[in-house]
Design a protein around this ligand. Structure first.
Ligand SMILES: NC(=O)c1ccc[n+]([C@@H]2O[C@H](COP(=O)([O-])OP(=O)(O)OC[C@H]3O[C@@H](n4cnc5c(N)ncnc54)[C@H](O)[C@@H]3O)[C@@H](O)[C@H]2O)c1
Length: 345
């Protein structure tokens, strides 16, 4: 049976969020701070996060540092967090194709160190941000269910996100550390800054606002299971609390499919962009034509329920862009590299 959940569970608790200056992390920290956490510690090296995006709350503390650096880790674990949300990662597929060694260092060694420090410091629960978009490979039957395993992953990022889960299993089985593996699907919403290695939604909004045609890497018939960041955060808060979640892995998704062509049309319409779309080459590693997750396990285990309708979530993301336009313009970077080369074709 699902336990009832109230975010008041976090009242008075000290929580560590690695990657807390990132797209999902900033939303999570905000929710934890509002729930009355005594202290929310962010450990983030700002490689893809931004201090201006961190909520200004008296109970949030920011430590700039890397998850592989012992001095930074000692500093944040000195605060004795009870719960750790491990969101820091080298993000994402194309970035890992371009920089595979950095990927294994952050996503592999970084995750191992977070688990070690959590064990040695008596942390009661570690919630690991896994990636359902990554770890099921491209041959899994839809909707994607938690018991499917793939040995055919197509990028270093997909491999290391899976590796993180395997390390979690080891620490749980061998040492009894309370770990939870939450498998996210294509997060979107306020807080995600566009860029060369970012997701399609912030990049489409960014280009649409500049009056550029939206580049579709494929036919546009491809689908994704876009998950509103607020729903994800609610799932994470439940994952950090619910006893049933310990040792488990489950999808956090919307449970709905959206075609990329429909996404592009919706964004162009909402922003008033008349430049339309353009088709560019599919990226070689992008082998998934459809993504749709089952959320049944998360529903029955932790009472997870995605609530925000896609159009509403998209409008929230667009509003956030309008409110933060100046910072976004400054931060968004589309440097030289394969992704931007594909876009410019
Ligand atoms: N966004 C998605 O659609 C999605 C989907 C599946 C899984 N995930 C996972 O969710 C987590 C959060 O994703 P996000 O979209 O917020 O990404 P993000 O890039 O916005 O956030 C990651 C944060 O980690 C920080 N970071 C990176 N390397 C670090 C290091 N070595 N030490 C300390 N901090 C470091 C970055 O600066 C950034 O603030 C990641 O683990 C990602 O793999 C995200």
């Amino acid at each position: 049976m699902t336990e009832s959940f109230s975010s008041a569970y976090y009242e008075g608790k000290t929580v560590l969020v690695t990657g807390g200056a990132g797209a999902i992390g900033t939303n999570l920290c905000s929710a934890l701070a509002e729930a009355g956490a005594a202290l929310v510690i962010i450990l983030d090296d700002l490689s893809s996060g931004y201090t201006w995006n961190i909520p200004r709350k008296r109970n949030i503390m920011f430590v700039k540092g890397c998850v592989t650096d012992d001095v930074s880790l000692k500093r944040v674990f000195f605060e004795k967090p009870e719960i750790v949300f491990h969101l820091a990662a080298f993000f994402a597929n194309q970035n890992s194709v371009d920089y595979p060694e950095k990927d294994i260092s952050v996503n592999g060694l970084g995750t191992l160190k977070i688990l070690e420090y959590s064990l040695f410091n008596g942390v009661k629960r570690v919630v690991y941000a896994s990636s359902g978009c990554s770890i099921y490979g491209s041959a899994a039957p839809l909707p994607l269910r938690e018991d499917f395993m793939s040995m055919n992953l197509s990028t270093p990022y997909q491999i290391t996100k899976m590796l993180g889960e395997l390390y979690c299993n080891f620490f749980h089985n061998h040492y009894g550390l309370n770990v939870v593996k939450a498998r996210f699907f294509n997060s979107y919403g306020p807080g995600e800054v566009p860029g060369q290695y970012r997701n399609v939604i912030p990049n489409f909004i960014y280009w649409a606002m500049k009056g550029e045609p939206l580049p579709i890497t494929g036919t546009g018939e491809e689908t994704r299971d876009f998950t509103y960041v607020g729903d994800l955060v609610n799932g994470l808060l439940r994952a950090g609390h619910n006893e049933n979640a310990i040792g488990q892995e489950f999808n956090l998704a919307s449970g709905k499919e959206t075609r990329i062509i429909d996404l592009a049309t919706m964004i162009n319409g909402a922003v008033g962009n008349n430049a339309g779309i353009k088709f560019v080459n599919r990226r070689k590693w992008d082998t998934k034509s459809r993504l749709l997750a089952s959320v049944e396990k998360a529903k029955s285990l932790i009472g997870y329920e995605p609530r925000v309708e896609f159009r509403e979530g998209l409008m929230n993301a667009i509003d956030w862009f309008r409110e933060n336009r100046a910072q976004i313009e400054q931060a968004a970077s589309f440097g030289p590299g394969l992704s931007s080369a594909v876009r410019d074709k």
